[in-house]
Design a protein around this ligand. Sequence first.
Ligand SMILES: Cc1cc2nc3c(=O)[nH]c(=O)nc-3n(C[C@H](O)[C@H](O)[C@H](O)COP(=O)(O)OP(=O)(O)OC[C@H]3O[C@@H](n4cnc5c(N)ncnc54)[C@H](O)[C@@H]3O)c2cc1C
Length: 60
Amino acid sequence: MEQALKAGARVHNEKKILGIEVLPDRPHIVTDYGSFADQIVVGADGANSVVARLLDFDAK
Ligand SMILES: Cc1cc2nc3c(=O)[nH]c(=O)nc-3n(C[C@H](O)[C@H](O)[C@H](O)COP(=O)(O)OP(=O)(O)OC[C@H]3O[C@@H](n4cnc5c(N)ncnc54)[C@H](O)[C@@H]3O)c2cc1C
């Protein structure tokens, strides 16, 4: 986390991800505190990852 922050990552704590829309320019993330866009989304939301499900990633 420390290295990611040094490299310019932004961490959005206390926000629940409700949806992700992959647009041509960048992913748009919808949360319960509004939406935002960034270049890369890191889904570190556990074994039942909502991020993986929203992006149709099959972890198996
Ligand atoms: C009962 C139990 C006991 C365990 N015991 C051990 C053990 O003894 N040793 C061991 O090595 N492992 C154990 N594990 C497994 C361990 O919990 C996981 O390997 C580890 O926590 C995974 O870390 P993680 O960061 O990937 O996910 P997590 O620790 O699950 O963290 C995921 C985070 O994502 C957040 N999140 C989820 N959905 C959203 C959303 N929609 N929007 C925003 N945030 C979201 C959650 O709030 C959470 O903070 C145990 C698991 C359980 C359930």
